[in-house]
Design a protein around this ligand. Structure first.
Ligand code: SER
Length: 583
């Protein structure tokens, strides 16, 4: 069964059980500065898991594009991926454990025809924060999983939270027995010998964790996640995701182009190329900070491995075409952005190629000096990064090839110092995690709507939002406009926004069909981001915008709006940074 068939079956199945199919959010989260990319299907749904009502109802399902980069160095083995697709279904205070488990079991055994005896499940063993999950275990028994294939584990295995804070809860996980021999008498699903493969995780999100501990959420929610690539691999009876149709065409082409054979390098190239293309497609651009730096690392590591296999770098364009052609049925946006994706990735290649050879020579020179030692000091790793643009994993690989290690700790220290110096340190964010909406961020969110409308009134209707980002300290707003704003225009926009704040306008929210929202004159951002039902936020008679919320109820207490910076973001796009000052 091809991946797209699994995806379609999944969405159809949950539709049958009254779930609304919602679109995948872009990889780059809107208004959540605490994470670099969507790392799970639940991420765009956090406000709803915390209690906001979702316009599409209380039963949702989707496929979500995800990027996880914690294991970037592991890519090249037979299972790690940085980009993957997660199928998910959610109950927002609707059904809970029994129904969720019954549906999962039915989907696996009836739709995917997995023999029941190949399935084992795990449940939460219980601790001082949350009782043993006997309800899930009983639900599994009821559908037909015998007691001896139900395992109980603690928080390390059967508790799910994104990062350190946020909605969370005990989970029950489903494992597929590959039929490989057990590695020993104690081989269980928690063992990573490869006999058992985790295929689905149902999280019963009824808690919220912050630094003060756990508290109950308003609703008992269900959040499930099924990794598509892994399921495709199992359904096709192949050993790795690279042997599925998702990677086969690109892997075959790499075999044809390479002059030196190395399966790990081929996998790294294939994986990093798909990941870079998906990130670029959703608006990511290589840079030295945050998500731009992740993209840069992916592209550069891929280039180095192309070099290692002596693949002509001019072939990159063909490789991109092969991937677009192969994946466009699943991701039509790849076809739409084919040219952009190529331009961005090829430009980054050109940039890196200029320093790659010099950097490799420099590395060789340095290790000659280090003769006798086994560790490349952090300052050399940093110099290669800073002067030659070598991501640390590239230097690490060069070191490994020379029987050495790198002092990653020292590198990270220098890297952090450097990042902080340029005021944009983001080491925290590499870990992931979710921010709770605070009074301040909610006010900034509403201010973004006021700013959007004010810009349209002062500069003209050609102004369209192209992105936004909110922190506790400020809002950032990107919009289309061909030239720099004059000081008079900036002042007029500020005044117009402040006028609306002073009027203490009421903010109301209505749910309606997407088409109806558009016809009502509501403005929005990315059209293909929305589902059929949307929320429309109206601020007095000033602004009407499609948005997930949340927002302030009245504008009165937001503070005084001040634009701190107006600058170019990219060609034809301006960027405003603004603050709300509480006088
Ligand atoms: N949030 C859970 C996960 O990522 C289930 O969707 O595994």
């Amino acid at each position: 069964m091809k991946a797209i068939e699994i995806r379609n079956k999944y969405l159809e199945f949950f539709k049958k059980y009254n779930h609304t199919v919602i679109p995948s959010a872009p990889l780059i989260p809107e208004n959540d500065p605490s994470v670099l990319f969507n790392t799970a299907g639940m991420q765009p749904l956090v406000p709803y898991l915390l209690g906001e009502t979702h316009p599409a109802g209380t039963r949702l399902c989707d496929y979500q594009k995800c990027v996880r980069t914690n294991d970037i160095e592991e890519v090249g083995d037979n299972r790690h991926l940085t980009y993957f697709e997660m199928l998910g279904n959610w109950s927002l205070g609707d059904y809970f454990k029994d129904e969720s488990i019954a549906m999962s079991y039915e989907f696996l055994t009836k739709e995917l025809n997995i023999p029941a005896e190949k399935l084992s499940v795990t449940c939460f063993a219980g601790d001082e924060d949350c009782p043993r999950d006997t309800v899930s275990a009983e639900a599994w028994k009821k559908v037909g999983i015998p007691e001896e294939r139900i395992y109980f584990y603690g928080k390390d295995d059967n508790w799910w939270i994104a990062g350190e804070e946020g909605p969370c809860g005990p989970d029950t996980e489903m494992f597929y027995d590959t039929g490989k021999p057990a590695c020993g008498p104690n081989c269980e699903p928690s063992c990573d010998c490869g006999k058992y493969v985790e295929i689905w995780n149902n999280v019963f999100m009824e808690y919220f964790k912050d630094k003060n501990g756990y508290r109950k959420l308003k609703n008992k929610n269900v959040d499930t996640g099924l990794g598509l690539e892994r399921m495709a691999m199992l359904m096709q009876g192949v050993e790795t995701p690279f042997d599925t149709e998702l990677f086969k065409p690109i892997m075959d082409k790499l075999s044809e182009l390479q002059k030196i054979d190395n399966i790990e390098s081929r996998r790294i190239i294939a994986e990093h190329l798909r990941s870079s293309m998906m990130i670029t497609c959703d608006g990511g651009r290589p840079s030295n900070v945050d998500r731009g730096y992740i993209l840069r690392r992916l592209i550069r590591r891929m280039i180095r491995h192309m070099n290692k296999l002596q693949i002509d770098l001019n072939e990159l364009s063909t490789l991109i075409d092969i991937n677009v052609d192969n994946l466009k049925e699943m991701y039509p946006e790849l076809e739409k952005n084919r040219k952009d994706i190529k331009d961005v990735i090829l430009a980054e290649k050109d940039k890196f190629v200029k320093t790659l050879n010099h950097g490799e020579k420099e590395f060789e020179k340095q290790i000659k000096k280090l003769e006798g030692t086994k560790v490349v000091p952090g300052n050399i790793v940093f110099r290669l990064y800073d002067t030659y643009g070598f991501p640390p994993e590239v230097t690490k690989e060069l070191a490994t090839e020379n029987g050495m290690e790198i002092d990653m700790q020292e590198f990270e220290k220098l890297f952090k110092e450097h990042q902080e110096k340029s005021r944009q340190g983001s080491a925290q964010k590499f870990k992931g995690g979710l921010a709770e909406q605070t009074e301040t961020t909610i006010a900034y969110h509403t201010a973004t709507h006021l700013l959007h409308e004010a810009l349209r009134e002062i500069l003209g209707e050609h102004v369209k939002q192209r992105g936004s980002n909110i922190t506790e300290e400020r809002l950032r707003f990107d919009f289309s406009h061909p030239q720099k704003m004059t000081p008079e225009e900036i002042k007029a926009v500020e005044d117009l926004v402040n006028e609306q704040i002073q009027k203490d306008l009421k903010v109301t929210c209505e749910e309606m069909d997407y088409e109806e929202a558009k016809n009502s004159g509501a403005i929005g951002l990315f059209t293909d981001k929305y589902g059929d039902r949307v929320k429309v936020y109206t601020i007095g008679d000033f602004s009407k915008e499609i948005c997930g919320g949340p927002h302030v109820t009245h504008t009165g207490n937001m503070g005084r709006f001040k634009i701190k910076k107006e600058q170019a973001s990219s060609s034809g796009i301006r960027r405003i940074k603004a603050v709300l000052i509480k006088d």
